[in-house]
Ligand binder design. Sequence first.
Ligand code: PHB
Length: 394
Amino acid sequence: MKHLIKTVLASACLATAAASLVAAPAAAAEPFKIGLIVPMTGPFASTGKQIDTAVKLYMQQHGDMVDGRKIEVILRDDGGLAPETTKRIAQEMVVQDKVNVLAGFGLTPLAFAAAPVATQAKVPMVVMAAATSSIVKKSPYIVRTSQTLPQVTAPLGDWAAKNPKIKTAITLITDYGPGHDAEKVFIKHFTDGGGKILESIRVPLQNPDFGPFLQRVRDAKPNAVFVFVPSGPGSALMKQFAEKHLTDAGIQLIGTGDVLDDDLLPSMGNEALGVITSQHYSAAHKSPENKAYVAAFEKLTNNKMRPNFMSVGGYDGMHLIYAALKKAGPDATGDQLLAAMKGMSWTSPRGPVSIDPETRDIVQNIYIRKAEKVDGQIYNVEFETIPNVKDPGV
Ligand code: PHB
């Protein structure tokens, strides 16, 4: 009896060993891991929540298998404010989790901090949010699915210069990378078209108080104030804009779409009405793809969230990763995935997009929009399209 038990055990062990030998060569059985680093807490939590929801939506719609390989997303919150935290998380994801792709990156300083990690690990880094022009230059492994501030601002500078009611303007931007890009590009395009800049104001990134700056704008009486604030503090700026009665003083608010993003817009009051912005995405974009996207996003969040431009950065980032894996095959290396991403084109909820094979930046339509009520709710309604805009740089 004893002997029989031993034999049974031994053969069971052999069977297990044989099974693991058979399983061993199939390295592709390891999941394909996407390390998603976004702010889920703090002043920029809306960015992380929008991207995380879009990533979940993409996987719900397209499944978690690509070419026989299981896709696993590892989500980490970096809090949005400390570049060294983002860098440490990226390092942990590469070394311990052995991720195949890094993704997310809510703000420019955080993308800058993670770039050397991607280069060293030879892992593609899909920037889904951060938008300073120079980010793609920080690593040959960076591919961007969000926007760049020069790309979005240049068309608005041209539009403002052509508007007979806007002869003078003040720029008011958040004092860091994307704000500096927006300021420089707006001034160039507006003044090249004949406009005059009265003053350029910079507001700190952390804990901004817009009141005194908007008072300065009111006192200088320009025809328009051009603003860039990162997605998040827009509501505070709009509240102060209303309190200082800038519209009554005849000052038109214009800016990049970040100030009136679709996540915050439903909670803003009528002070948002009439504001002119430029951007690559509006929840009111009229296309069958976007109609389906907005409906699915709202359903997934029980109608608690409207998708904003950050969400499409995440949704399209996932599309890019899935499509690259399909093209390069389930065992693709980081370099092979990167090669597959370059030049890729598809129809996004925002319209037609492609990845410039030289710069690895997204090429997309930019829309000029006016905030208006549609069925009782405020939306950025697109009224002009500038097709296939590449990042012009600064
Ligand atoms: C950035 O930090 O690059 C950034 C963040 C939020 C935006 C735009 C740019 O809305």
